[in-house]
Design a protein. Structure first.
Length: 255
C-alpha cells in the first residue's frame, strides 16, 4: 500500500485554508496555440497552452481533459466509466465552461458532466529540456465533499509548484454532495450491497488516468503523490484504506 509521507508541501497546503471557492479562475489562461504542446495521450493527441501563473512562472496547461464518461441518466449513482476516446486533436487550451461538478450552495451552479482534470507542467518539462521524468502530484480539492473543483482559484498556490522545475500538478473534479455520496438501500441493492462512494470511485478513476498518461507529459508514473486538504484530506485517508487504490500512487499527504 502507498505510504503517507511528506513532500515538502505541507505549509503550502495549510496556506490553502478551508474556504469554499465560488467561481472558476481563468485569469492566466492563454489562447496561444503551440504545436510543441500537443501530446499524444492514450486516447489521442491533446493540445494545451502556455500560461503565466501568479508567481511569475510559465507552465504548460491542459484544461478539462475528460477522464470519465458523463455520469448522467443510467450512469448516475454508478461507478464511473473511463471516458471514450476522441477523434482528431483534443483542444485543451481553455476551461470547459461550467465543467465543474454540481455545487451545494445557492444559486446552484456546475453540471453533472464534470469528470474532467487539469494538467499543469513545468516549462522545462513541457518543452522537452528536462533531463528526466519528473514526479506527479495529484491534488484533491476540499469543500466539505459538497463544493469545489479542480479549476477554482484556491488551487493557484498549489499549481505554482509546477514551475519552473518542480513537479507536474494534476487537479481533478469528482462528484460532490448528493451526486457523489448518496447512500440509500435501493442503490445498495443494485450495487452489490454498498452505495455512496461515487466521489471516491471518481478519484480512483482519475488516478488510473494519471498513471496511464503521466509519461506523455514528461511525468514519472512510478512517482505519483496524491494530496488534499480539508475534505480532500479525508479523501486521502479513504484512498489509503481502499484496496482498489493499490498501485495508483506511491505517497500521500492529508491535511
Amino acid at each position: 500500500m502507498p505510504q503517507s509521507t511528506p513532500l515538502g508541501l505541507g505549509a503550502l497546503l495549510l496556506a490553502l485554508g478551508h474556504s469554499h471557492p465560488t467561481s472558476p479562475h481563468q485569469a492566466w489562461v492563454s489562447d496561444v496555440r503551440d504545436l510543441a504542446l500537443t501530446k499524444e495521450l492514450v486516447c489521442g493527441p491533446a493540445t494545451g497552452s502556455w500560461a503565466t501563473i501568479p508567481d511569475g512562472n510559465r507552465v504548460a496547461v491542459w484544461h478539462s481533459l475528460p477522464y470519465g464518461e458523463p455520469p448522467v441518466g443510467e450512469k448516475r449513482w454508478r461507478a464511473p466509466q473511463a471516458a471514450a476516446c476522441w477523434e482528431g486533436d483534443f483542444d485543451a487550451r481553455s476551461w470547459k465552461q461550467g465543467g465543474y461538478c454540481v455545487q451545494s450552495h445557492l444559486p446552484v451552479s456546475g453540471t453533472e458532466d464534470c469528470l474532467y482534470l487539469h494538467v499543469h507542467v513545468p516549462e522545462g518539462v513541457a518543452n522537452g529540456s528536462a533531463a528526466e521524468k519528473v514526479p506527479v502530484l495529484v491534488y484533491i480539492h476540499g469543500g466539505g465533499l459538497m463544493d469545489g473543483g479542480g479549476q477554482f482559484e484556491h488551487v493557484d498556490p498549489f499549481v505554482s509548484h509546477a514551475g519552473p522545475d518542480g513537479v507536474i500538478v494534476v487537479t481533478i473534479n469528482y462528484r460532490l454532495n448528493i451526486f457523489g455520496w448518496l447512500v440509500v438501500e435501493e442503490l445498495s441493492q443494485e450495487n452489490g450491497g454498498t452505495s455512496g462512494n461515487y466521489g471516491l470511485l471518481d478519484q480512483q478513476l482519475a488516478l488510473r488516468w494519471v498513471k496511464a498518461n503521466a509519461a506523455a507529459f514528461g511525468g514519472d508514473p512510478a512517482r505519483v503523490t496524491v494530496a488534499g486538504q480539508s475534505s480532500g484530506g479525508t479523501s486521502i485517508f479513504a484512498l489509503l484504506g481502499s484496496p482498489a487504490s493499490v498501485g495508483l500512487f506511491e505517497a500521500a499527504i492529508a491535511l
